[in-house]
Design a protein around this ligand. Structure first.
Ligand code: MG
Length: 419
């Protein structure tokens, strides 16, 4: 019970975090850039094909039921007047950097959580509700001045980072919500379990199996019950503390997967095309994993077809304890790739999982893997210096341009990443 004593001993304190979440970010940037799109339903799509889905929707589109993830065909069905625009990741990155600078001019940004989310810690008097609200308004004005009034944000103020993020979800668009210690946890009761960051489909099903269907029921559980449900003491402790407003020291996040998927443009919808793009996805995932400093123990590859069931295969990466190098993974892909024609491929996906920090992996005893690891490192350095695809694996030949730099939800590219 040390942990509980530690939490109870801590002052709940007033407001400690200011969290900024941009509203319908990509769609708002498009509306800001193009006055003809303002006030109209807009869907942003990653590729110019009907087999893709909206990666963002403007509020006008959301009001009639188009969401992130709605397929193009469905979106046109629900909202025939929808304006579909091709994503411009480079532009969203430029806006992102201007927004970060604008927030930084009011409050130090402690962490950029994604292309459209960031937070800062409140200090001294800023922790008082009146000052915190004034600061939040200052942040909103700074963003408007920097990028325009059509790019709006919701701001959450709370005693911990997680609750501040919850606050951004409570009022959209253009929200400003403070969750005061004395309002915890009642203020959360109107939310659905799935509204809480970190509760996905799987977790909400598990909660339901334990008879928990509302946020109110969840908030009333004992720490012991949390531990039974989460089956992990660490996770249960974190959840119990954050939902009750305690500010936990941030711990390094444990990344366990890196994935990349890509909807194939029509010209790549062949066996050879899918295979080249898969190699390219493996290269991208492996590069990201190396940047994060991890090795993967397993890899899963999936190819979706229009006229046949999907092909999925899971494989272990190296008996000697995983790998971080592209070549080993591409070779494994080549070995496992189906010999016969399965159908028309439309999407490929790779997931590297069971990742372990680099330092915890014993260097390989075998000459071959050691060479591969060196080669991967050298390729990363060349790519860094001379731009992406200065060198690439033979298996990717013809697909270098098939999957342009995209913005993942956890890593925002630098300006130079686009060149
Ligand atoms: Mg957002």
């Amino acid at each position: 019970m040390d942990f509980v004593r530690y939490c109870l001993g801590m002052s709940n304190g007033p407001l400690r975090y200011l969290y900024v979440d941009m509203n319908s970010y990509f769609a708002s940037v498009e509306q800001q850039e193009n006055p003809a799109l303002r006030g109209r339903p807009v869907g942003v799509i990653p590729t110019d094909t009907t087999h893709t889905c909206c990666i963002a929707a403007s509020y006008e589109a959301k009001w009639v039921g188009v969401k992130t993830g709605t397929s193009v065909m469905q979106a046109k069905d629900i909202c025939p007047s929808i304006q579909l625009v091709l994503a411009r990741p480079r532009l969203y990155t430029q806006y992102h950097h201007r927004i970060v600078d604008a927030v930084e001019s009011c409050l130090h940004v402690d962490e950029i959580c994604s292309i459209d989310e960031m937070y800062g810690k409140l200090m001294g008097d800023e922790r008082q509700p009146a000052q915190a609200l004034a600061l939040a308004n200052k942040v909103k004005n700074a963003i408007w001045r920097a990028v325009g009034r059509y790019v709006r944000c919701s701001i959450g103020l709370a005693p911990n980072r997680w609750l501040a993020k919850v606050g951004t979800d409570m009022q959209k668009p253009d929200g400003l919500v403070a969750i005061l210690p004395e309002e915890i946890p009642q203020k959360l009761y109107p939310l659905a379990l799935r509204d809480l960051p970190g509760i996905g489909k799987g977790m909400s099903r598990r909660l339901e199996r334990h008879g928990i269907k509302t946020v109110e029921q969840l908030c009333q559980l004992s720490l012991k019950k949390f531990q039974q449900i989460w089956e992990s003491k660490v996770m249960a402790d974190i959840w119990w503390a954050q939902i009750h407003g305690h500010d936990l020291p941030s711990r390094a996040t444990h990344r366990r997967t890196v994935s990349h998927s890509h909807v194939l443009a029509p010209r790549y919808r062949t066996d050879h095309g899918a295979r080249s793009v898969m190699a390219r996805m493996i290269h991208k995932a492996a590069t990201r994993m190396r940047t994060l400093g991890y090795w993967a123990m397993h890899m899963e590859m999936t190819v979706k077809h229009t006229d046949a069931p999907r092909w999925t295969v899971k494989t272990s990466l190296g008996a000697s304890g995983g790998t971080n190098d592209t070549l080993t993974m591409v070779q494994r892909m080549t070995e496992l790739w189906p010999g016969r024609h399965l159908g028309v491929p439309v999407q490929v996906c790779v997931v590297l999982y069971d990742m372990v920090p680099e330092g915890s992996v014993a260097p390989s005893l075998f000459e071959e893997p050691r060479k591969h690891a060196k080669l991967a490192q050298a390729m990363d350095q060349i790519d860094k210096k001379y731009g992406r695809h200065a060198v690439f694996h033979g298996a990717m030949w013809g697909a270098q341009e098939s999957a342009p730099t995209r913005i993942s939800f956890t890593q925002v590219p630098k300006e130079s990443d686009w060149d």
